[in-house]
Each structure stands twice: as C-alpha cells, then as structure tokens.
Design a protein. Sequence first.
Length: 284
Amino acid sequence: MKLSFFVVLAAVLATTTSAQNPALPEVLRPDRTSIAQAEQSGVHVFKLLPRGMFKSDKFTAYKDEENPLGIREGGAYYSFSTGAHSYNRIPQIGYEGGLIMAGGFYGANYGFIRDLGAGSLSNVSLELGVPKFLVDYKPPVLHDEIRVEQRRSHKYETDGGVFTTRVPAAIGHVYVLRSINFGEADILVAFRVEQMEKDGSLTIGWKKIKEFDVPKLLFQTDEALRAKVADVLGDPRYTDVVAVVKDDRVTLTGSVAKDSFDALLKAIKEKANPRSLENRVVKR
C-alpha cells in the first residue's frame, strides 16, 4: 500500500523527539508497511533492539552520545510517556534475552506485565480485556512501602492471577503493561509484537489504555514531618517563623534574629529531615 506524503511526514515527525534528540537511526525505524498499518488501526508503532546489540565502550555510560547508536542502552528501551528510546527519558519497556521487561529499571520504580495471548489490539480496552487489577492498583507513597511493592512485582499474586515484570516476546501476542515511575509518570498500555527480525529486533504496535496521576515518593508522611517541624519551631527564638509542609517538603517564611538563623536551618534539616527545604526566612 502506498503512503501519502502526509503519512510519511507524520512518521518522520514521530521519530523526532526534540532538538536534542534528532531523527532515529535507520535500525530503529519501523518499516513503511508497519507505519501504514498502525495509521490505519489508530495505534502507535516503534522498534526495540535486543539489549547489548549496541554496546558502549565504557563500563558505565550515562549519556546518549556514549553509545555507538547515539541512544543510551542502544535502542533496547522505550518510553510510552515521552516517545523516546533513551534510557534517560523515562524508560517503561525494555527487551533483553528474548524477554520483554516492564518498568522498574532504576530507583524505586516498578511495573507489571501480562501476556494476553495471540490477538488484536482492537479487542483490548479499558472496558474489555484489561485485568481489573492493573486499572485499580494504587501505588503506595511512602518509600519503605514502595520498596516492598517493588520486590513483590516480580511475582505479584492477586485475585485476578499472577503479574510479573518479564515475559517472553511472541509474535502476534498482545500484552498489557503498567509502568509506575515515581515523580515522572504512571501509564497503562496495551501492545502487540508485530514482527521479529533476524537480528532479534521487535516491531511493536501500541495504544494507551489509561494515564494516572504522577505517583509521589515520600520518605515520611506530612503529619510526621509537621510534628517534627513544630517541635523545632517551639523554640522561643523562632516565634516569628512559619512553616508550610507538603509532600515531604518544608517551606519556611517569617523572620529570625541573625544569630539564630543558621541554628534554625540546621535544626530543621537534622531533626525534621525533609526531602527538601525552601528557606524564605529573613534575618533581622
């Protein structure tokens, strides 16, 4: 099927993430047939390369330009949220050793994936085909609880069955994936492996099922932090200081004597230990 000029243009634009991330290298571009079929079906399409196909010469490579493909991790990852392949742009799916991986590639992030078997993306929607668990699941917000969930995600047992973080890649199979990236994104998608090339690369069609609020990661509750801050501000020297506590962060306003200024900040940091401290207190 011939592509119109506008379809080709759209495909080219889709492979351009930003001025800092130019058009994808040829090896990562889906073929024209795949692009045309995706356009007709109203879904997106991208390619994944096996991890290690393009390796950096450095033992640790953190920048895109340090990989021979110009993309960190050599096209083995993809972000449904940013449309980028770079490991530095919220990676939510990966491919290694014949396995498709769901989120959880760094920090406290994690994800769930399930193989629905051979089928069509048109048969999967919020109302049909998507396991209820993936739609209803609410990630915790406290760091210690998040780490527990992260460990469980490798074999997460629910009333609706077991969810995992890795599944074999199979041509024609449809998968559902929810990737939870704290402070960045939380998304539920369905995708289908359309092709597997001789070099092991995958062509994948996908669509968004639901996007959730960006998940928070807190090291303590606001109630606990507020109590610690109040204890510090109970000192008579800080009578004119006001604190606002939200999401493990403290904002200080008001005024304090010059000779007590440093002691105030030190006490808040050491005794309350907020994730961040914004100081607007003036010295008098």
